[in-house]
Design a protein around this ligand. Structure first.
Ligand SMILES: [Zn+2]
Length: 86
């Protein structure tokens, strides 16, 4: 049991402390808020990263993954832009 606990991490969304397994980016309540196209992009880039062994290609794919990952995180955070409330 302790082995499974050591492989858990916190949801990547700032302010969220829900535990997720190491292969998950964020908790389910947050993940289901990610637009489907963006969720697909995160999966695609993550799998591409797992399949890539060449260091140069890996660095490029990692860039794609980090961009889609960040877009997913941004998509689930409440937007608090000043002046946007109408
Ligand atoms: Zn979360």
């Amino acid at each position: 049991m302790s082995e499974r606990e050591s492989r858990s991490q916190s949801c990547v969304v700032p302010g969220c402390s829900r535990k997720v397994t190491a292969d998950k980016l964020m908790c389910w309540p947050h993940w289901k808020l990610v637009p489907p196209a963006l969720a697909t992009a995160v999966y695609r880039d993550w799998h591409a990263l797992q399949r890539t062994n060449d260091p140069e290609a890996r660095a490029r794919v990692l860039g794609y993954y980090e961009a889609s990952r960040q877009a997913a995180i941004d998509a689930v955070q409440p937007t608090t832009k000043p002046g946007a409330a109408t």
